[in-house]
Design a protein around this ligand. Sequence first.
Ligand code: NAD
Length: 683
Amino acid sequence: MTANTDIAKAMKIHLGTLFDELPPMPEFVAGIRHAPTRHFNLSPKDTELALKNALRYIPEKWHQRLAPEFLEELTTRGRIYGYRFRPAGPIKGRPVDEYNGRCIEGKAFQVMIDNNLDFEVALYPYELVTYGETGQVCQNWMQYRLITRHLEVLTREQTLVMASGHPVGLFASSPEAPRVIITNALMVGCFDDQENWHRAMALGVANYGQMTAGGWMYIGPQGIVHGTCSTILNAGRAKLGIPADQDLAGRLFVTSGLGGMSGAQGKAVVIANGVGIIAEVDYSRIKTRLDQGWIDQVTDNPAEAFAAAADYQRKHRGRAIAFYGNVVDLLEHAVHHDVHIDLLSDQTSCHAVYEGGYCPQGINFEQRTELLRSGHAGFKEMVDATLRRHYELIKALSDRGTYFFDYGNSFLKAVYDAGIKDICKNGENPLDGFIFQSYVEDIMGPILFDYGYGPFRWVCLSGRDEDLAKTDRAAMQCIDPERRFQDRDNYNWIRDAFKNRLVVGTKARILYQDALGRMKIALKFNEMVRTGETGPVMLGRDHHDTGGTDSPFRETANIHDGSNIMADMATHCFAGNAARGMSLVALHNGGGVGIGKAVNGGFGLVLDGSERVDNVIRRAIPWDVMGGVARRAWARNEASIETCIRYKELRGGSDHITLPYLADERLVGNLVEAAFAKRQTEK
Ligand SMILES: NC(=O)c1ccc[n+]([C@@H]2O[C@H](COP(=O)([O-])OP(=O)(O)OC[C@H]3O[C@@H](n4cnc5c(N)ncnc54)[C@H](O)[C@@H]3O)[C@@H](O)[C@H]2O)c1
């Protein structure tokens, strides 16, 4: 067998080169949330495998010491996080110049990773969870240390390969190639299920990257405020008859979750000038949003919550009210007291209902955490019973005129999994969708994604407020507010962004834009970097976008040609971005809705002011969006067909998009009806 000494000699980067001595166990800072125990159920043989897997990172001289420590972490926490290797104290995305590196991209990615793990940004910073209950930057702190070191030595002639949080290594490439290629949780189809997934995570071979956690582009809850704001505003316009130039004044939006992403809901509803009641079972998360000013008041009494809401509805003033308690209890009150709710949704972590994402009725958050720790018996049944009750209440409210939509958290699927077949359109299975719509199916898809409008974002890597203010102004000047109502909303958003105090963590901004809008802004920013008006800028987007995600329960819910179960688009988007020279590309299984239910990808592009980057912007940014619009057009989505036609007029050049001929509904319908009638008579 090869000796460990020879193995160590063959590596320039390993923990033995980073530490002379084992680092001391860092003290946990009081008041920082920890992930709940992820149920440990490995067999003895698999437990050995998990230990050997974790010890792969550890020089042999420390095995005796660390093997029992890792075993303890695995059996008590359900995972090996390698806490000992976490840097002590808070981690923050610092100004890019403060990082070591041989290229700007290597330094920039360190800013992004550290921001994802900031105490103020991350959901469970000690367990490397950025958001969405289980969305991790990487699996453990050994990986974090090694990734950081790889990024410090990365050159423009190399690409770092990242497989589910594990830095496979640096491989020779070219300045035109991505500096980092990331995949997370890509499982082979027949093993792509919860059971195999849970085992793979515990073995330390899989990382749930969610979307931007494992893709290193998370920018705090701001990332979703704009999307949430657009969703509820447009839900109001499409379903409540509010005119396109008006807001949610006087309307009530009820929902749940004040966590990583869901925490945006309070801020968004106030920006849309509506009143929101947001249920949350974990007081620490309410406190975070209160301190931040994204929640205006809190109560644990449903009657008080609805009375306060009614007051602000009457005054036509925006207000965000947190209800400290279970969302199902809040809805029980609304149903029994006949309270009218205009818009209703849910943003608990239903992609992971049995792993702590959804708190059952009748127990509080602390009891739920204890039940998770002590094992799953009975817990699943409690979750399922609550989901079934939740569904009944939603149905009752919906029958009275409330518009309910699934907020991309796999809620409808979770209700179905809890035993409610009635929730399916065909009364049997989710193949034809659910009786309630998902927000993309009904609102975001047809109004935004089909045109290519999506969550473009940037981070001012200098860390300076003035850079953010300058980029905000420059982006605003690139938008024509008179073109469409969507442009007017985006223009207003960026105009008011600074005033709305959206930044948590790095100096970042989100702005929904279409393909050519994004390209225009990116070129402008790169010019500003070139002339020294701002420091370098990191561009990116949420994976949750026009072309980035294949997810039949969410992003591709408004694809109706049967291809919503295919993942070709997200895969092409990822590969195409790599081919066109984005600085970072990522492809994940499962983001948002849970493992096996989505394939999604994202990118990062470091603007260094160079002509090379101008060229990458021109070829990669329109592709990143238009690949998705083209697929939506092929699915016969009307706005996408129009957008492709317009894109050809505006851009011409070498792009050529295949468009569908539209069949006459009557021709097809009559033909099929006659054929089936004939088959019936022949039987
Ligand atoms: N709509 C989108 O664009 C979008 C984007 C990202 C994520 N998501 C999905 O939304 C969900 C939430 O994401 P997150 O990052 O906020 O997750 P999170 O786990 O940080 O927050 C969810 C919150 O719900 C609370 N909660 C759980 N059960 C509850 C109950 N019964 N009553 C009241 N509160 C309860 C939890 O305490 C938690 O704070 C995830 O499934 C995620 O995948 C949606």
